[in-house]
Structures are given as C-alpha cells and as structure tokens.
Design a protein around this ligand. Structure first.
Ligand SMILES: C[S@@+](CC[C@H](N)C(=O)[O-])C[C@H]1O[C@@H](n2cnc3c(N)ncnc32)[C@H](O)[C@@H]1O
Length: 407
C-alpha cells in the first residue's frame, strides 16, 4: 500500500500524484486528497492505482449525489464541488486549445440538468440491468441513477420486474412519442421470439422495438411514431441512430449553431446525422447534409419532405476517406462540422484550403476539436466564439461549439 497526496486532476478525470519519481493515476480522487492506494497496471504516462482508503479529503471533495457513484462505471466526477468541476472542465478546453497554439476567450459553461439523459445503452447480466461496474465487466443495477430521465427509469423498473430480461445489451431513447428500445441480440427469424417481443413492447408501452442487424436495425414492432422535435421539424430517427443524448443539450447546441450560421445562404452540414441542425436551417436557406449513415440520412430526407423543405439535399459519404474537397466546397458560404469523438482531420484540412466564409465546429472532445481548429486557423480562419456546454455531466467529456470566419 502506498500513501499519496493528489496533486491535480488529469484530462481523463483521474487524480494525479507523484511519488518517488513516479506518476500515479488514481480514479475517483480529488485534488488535495490523502489516500492509501494499491498500485495496478503500468500505463505509458504512469502507474494506475486504486483508492483503498481515504485518509483525508481534499478541499474540493464533496458527497456524490448518486448512491451508485464509485460502484457504477458511468460517472467519474460526482465527488467534486460544483465550482472546482466547472473550473476543471473549462481548463480542459483552454489547455487543449493552447496545446495547438490557440488562445481565445471561452464563454461561460452551461450544463445539462441532472436527470436529463434521454438516450443510453444498458447491459444485462446475472439478473442485473444497468451500466458496467467500475473496473469490471459485470453489470451493476442502477435504480437511483441521477443522470437518467425518469421515463428511462420507468422502463428499467418494468424490465426488472419481469422474469425474462432482454438478452445482451439494449439501448433506450426517450422520444416525444415514448420509449424506443433497440436490442443487441435476438432471433428475428423465430416467430415465437417475435411474438414475445411484441408482447414486451405492449407491456412496456414502447413506441418501437428493434433488433440490431448486420448493417441496419430491423424494426420488430412499431406501435407509434418515435419522433423527435428538431427545432420545429418532426424527425423519426432510425433505431439506435445518433441523436444528442439530452434534449437540453440538443437545444443549446442548436441555438449556438444557428446563431453562428445566421446570415448564411448556402450551408453544408458535414456529419449531419438525422438533421439536428440541417432540418431547422433548411426552412429558410439551402442546406446540403452529408453523413455516412444511410439510415440517418433517410430519416432526414423523410422529415424534410414531410416538412416541405425543398432546399434540403443529402449525400451519403465517408468523410474520413473522402472529405469534401476544396472545389466541392465552392458552392457553400458556410460549413457545419460535427464529427464523432475522433474528430475529422482530413475534412478539417480540406476546409482550411477552401473559401467557405464561416465554419461552425461542434465537438464532444476538446483534444480533437483543438487539433482540427488548429488546421482551420493555420488555413486563415479566425475564431470568433467558443461556447462550451456540459452535456455529459460528471464525465470528462465536454461539448463545444466554435464559430470561425475567414480573414
Ligand atoms: C456527433 S454525431 C453528430 C450528428 C449530428 N450533427 C447531430 O448533432 O445530431 C457524428 C455523426 O458523424 C457520422 N459519421 C461518423 N463517421 C463518419 C464518417 N467517416 N463519414 C461521415 N460521417 C460519419 C455519424 O453517423 C454521426 O451522424
């Protein structure tokens, strides 16, 4: 056993301590904590260690709001004071940008409320339904999870009461119509299995129940429309398709994006998903939506047609392998750029060479956002606004919208 004093919190949210020339990374620690730890695996940056005993808490350690904290692997940062947590998250963004030579003002960070998570993936094992246990592959029941929307809890409660659980993992999304459930495993060719799922959908009052397939999900039952309201345009997302994990986050990000593109006439929405930004924008301007997810684009197309958005077009394309090149970007005065966590360096480099007047970048990962913004700044873009939004409460992730203009 080693005694450590936690010096700081690293970018992934682990406490960092130095002891006898080594760096230790300690999950669930707060700065200033004195802890007894057991050393674990060696990482490139140092040694992993787990708290055996908290000898004395640091000044920013607080009682976590959720009773599952520590046991559940879902949240990593509930044990920090609000003030420290907000400072730490903002510093993640500032430091990530500075690492790429970007120094700019960052606006104040708003947060998604507690209990606002409307989309999540759950595991089922050994009679438990919930998230993965910390440091383990086992599943931990989370009846009092603080981040989930009440409707998700209701569905989990109903599932726990049943004798027969769904197998493997499943995803829940709360839509305007009700709960949409996607199973990871099942026997769709077995009529008995299909009947049982139809009965489950009825019993849980699900809007839709689907099964993950090779390329796309198969809808087993659709009892009502699982629709979402994207800024006044109704969309039915494909089963398991990307949607922002909280409604509040979706609204805040859309507000920042729409403000950033105000004045735009011809917009290309890169990594458009099923149209969080493209659909409301296409009401009064031309929008070309690009994504590699055919099912998401089909949902966007259906929603656009139903809403009469005649200036909306879409293109299925892998933007990692085939980014929109400088010439292909010529028709557009504005680009929205919302890649997955890994960012999209090839597309950022192509944008950097373009004449697009305004780029609005959205990201949930400060490190890859900063790298991609670095390409844009080197290509002559000026950062006008950086707006952080804490959509993933109690995790090291941070959502950010950055508005850039040429010249
Ligand atoms: C963070 S989501 C954003 C979606 C949308 N802008 C929204 O806010 O709902 C990232 C999107 O990138 C898409 N995507 C992932 N890899 C891609 C690739 N290589 N080429 C094109 N799209 C990709 C996903 O399908 C997903 O829709």
């Amino acid at each position: 056993m080693i005694e450590l004093t936690i010096a700081a919190l690293g970018a992934k949210g682990d406490g960092i301590a130095h002891h006898q020339g080594r760096d230790y990374f300690v999950p669930l620690a707060a700065p200033g904590d004195r802890v007894h730890v057991v050393a674990g695996a060696e990482r490139r940056e140092g040694t992993e260690a787990r708290i055996e005993r908290l000898i004395a808490p640091g000044p920013d350690r607080v009682e976590p709001p959720c009773r599952h904290f520590g046991d559940c692997g879902g949240c990593a940062l509930q044990h920090l004071s609000d003030a420290f947590y907000a400072r730490w998250k903002a510093a993640r963004l500032t430091e990530a940008l500075a690492a790429h030579g970007i120094v700019c003002a960052i606006e104040g960070m708003a947060s998604a409320p507690i209990a606002s998570r409307r989309r999540a993936r759950f595991g089922v094992a050994a009679g438990a339904i919930g998230f993965r246990r910390r440091f383990s592959h086992a599943i931990v029941d989370i009846p009092d999870c603080t981040i989930l929307r009440p409707a998700l809890h209701e569905t989990l409660r109903a599932l726990r009461k049943r004798k027969a659980f769904p197998e493997g993992e499943f995803e829940l999304l709360e839509t305007e119509g009700g709960i949409d459930l996607k199973l990871s495993r099942g026997e769709s060719s077995n009529p008995g299995w299909r009947r049982r799922q139809a009965a489950l959908a009825e019993e849980l009052d699900l809007v839709r129940l689907s099964l993950r397939g090779q390329d796309s999900a198969e809808v087993i039952v659709e009892r009502r429309e699982p629709w979402l309201d994207f800024g006044g345009v109704a969309v039915v997302p494909p089963p398991g398709g990307f949607v922002q994990p909280t409604r509040e986050g979706e609204i805040a990000l859309r507000a920042a994006v729409l403000e950033g593109v105000s004045g735009a006439r011809r917009v290309v929405d890169l990594f458009a998903g099923c149209g969080t930004f493209a659909l409301p924008l296409a009401r009064d301007r031309q929008v070309h939506a690009v994504d590699m997810d055919a099912a998401a684009l089909a949902a966007l197309d259906r929603a656009g047609r139903k809403a009469g958005l005649v200036r909306l077009s879409q293109e299925k394309r892998d933007l990692f392998r085939r980014p929109l090149a400088r010439d292909e970007l010529k028709p557009f005065d504005t680009a929205i750029f919302d890649p997955p966590r890994a960012g999209a360096p090839a597309q950022a480099k192509a944008l950097a060479q373009s004449r697009v007047a305004c780029v609005v970048a959205v990201s949930c990962n400060p490190a890859t956002l900063a790298r991609d913004l670095g390409y844009l700044v080197a290509g002559g873009y000026r950062i006008e606004r950086v707006v952080p939004y804490d959509q993933f409460r109690f995790t090291p992730h941070l959502e950010t919208v950055a508005v850039l203009r040429r010249g």
